[in-house]
Design a protein. Structure first.
Length: 129
């Protein structure tokens, strides 16, 4: 009986292992929430129209943010769960010599859920020609 229950539990985990597309949607939502918190919230309160436009722009860009995230993500599929590693660089102004933040995310996907357990921010300096 215990073997049958273990097999059923393992099968349930395998079936509920989220897809890369689901991860992209999750990541896009998280990135949109971050952008809203970090950027839209910095707009002075006496500019309510600009605040609303910022929120609308972030929501409009959410599908593109999800796609960007997926292009910079590696998935390790272990059948019962997956590990996603993302090295996200939002912009590249190479010739301008601007240092931009990069982000590294580690996320566990299991039983239809995502658990981001590591977020690191770094700095990248574009390479000179």
């Amino acid at each position: 009986m215990a073997k049958v229950l273990g097999l059923l539990f393992g099968l349930a985990l395998a079936i509920s292992n989220p897809t890369p597309e689901a991860y992209g949607a999750y990541a896009g939502e998280q990135l949109a929430a971050y952008a809203t918190r970090e950027y839209c919230a910095q707009i002075p309160a006496f500019l309510p129209t600009l605040i609303e436009e910022c929120h609308a722009l972030v929501q409009e860009l959410q599908p593109e943010l999800a796609e960007l995230f997926l292009r910079q993500t590696r998935r390790q599929n272990f059948i019962l769960f997956s590990l996603y590693s993302t090295d996200l660089s939002l912009l590249n102004f190479g010739p301008l010599g601007i240092s931009l933040p990069t982000y590294h995310f580690q996320t566990l996907a299991v039983a239809g859920q995502f658990y981001t357990y590591e977020i690191r921010e770094g700095q990248t300096t574009p390479k000179k020609g």
